[in-house]
Write a protein of this length. Structure first.
Length: 234
């Protein structure tokens, strides 16, 4: 049987998805629609695989120090000099977090999402969160809706779905990208972990971690391989 546990303490809302059969739990917070914890059973008991936040104050003080678990929207990574152009118009997005002159990781990383739906039955449980951005930042004047659904099923299967849409009244398409900035805590040394990604391409980045717009061939993690001494920062 699956169940949903909700708690709210001083504006810090947590939604816990729980599989009562084996104790597996996924904790989602309204702040940024972040996956804040994912407890799975091991030989030593339940272990949390996600490096999350202790509470509202911890989130407010540290979210931009690593963007742990952040929803990256409407852009990921960095905007060179915080500028971009869309349909012949140039915009400068300095309204949120800027590092060395470049805007980082979108504008929704600290947005407080609304819980719009919860479901639970004997096979699964889920929570759906939504944030309606009204286009109030001068650097990104494009209203859109971001909906994130977390669903926990049997055997610890956790599915995360994101749906982006501009309002029905919008008369044009918008520039948008979406991503996730997960921080895992798996124990041991990262060199000993194995990684698998079913992809044979990746974006090319320059020395400042700015995407060049080009794709390069990269299939080093498909099939899986040990991370070892490979340096990963993009």
């Amino acid at each position: 049987m699956f169940r949903i546990n909700l708690s709210d303490k001083e504006g810090w809302t947590r939604v816990e998805l729980e599989d009562q059969h084996n104790g597996i739990k996924a904790e989602v917070i309204r702040s940024g629609a972040v996956l804040n914890a994912f407890y799975v059973p091991t030989s030593t008991g339940l272990v949390n695989l996600i490096d999350g936040y202790k509470g509202k104050e911890d989130f407010a003080q540290t979210i931009t120090k690593g963007f742990r678990g952040a929803k990256l929207s409407p852009f990921v990574c960095r905007l060179n000099r915080s500028r971009y152009s869309w349909k012949g118009v140039e915009y400068k997005l300095e309204d949120k977090f800027v590092l060395n002159g470049s805007a980082l990781h979108g504008i929704l990383y600290d947005a407080v999402f609304d819980v719009i739906d919860t479901t639970s039955n004997e096979h699964s449980c889920s929570v759906t969160l939504r944030y309606q951005y009204d286009g109030d930042l001068s650097g990104y004047p494009f209203p859109y809706n971001c909906t994130v659904k977390y669903c926990l099923e049997g055997e610890g299967k956790l599915t995360i779905q994101t749906h982006l849409s501009n309002p029905a009244a919008a008369e044009t398409s918008i520039p948008i990208c979406d991503g996730w900035h997960p921080y895992f805590r798996l124990g041991g040394v990262v060199d000993d972990w194995w990684l698998e990604m079913a992809s044979d391409q990746m974006l090319e980045y320059d020395t400042e971690l700015i995407p060049t717009g080009k794709y390069v061939t990269n299939s080093m993690f498909y099939p899986k391989r040990k991370i070892g001494d490979i340096h990963l920062d993009n």
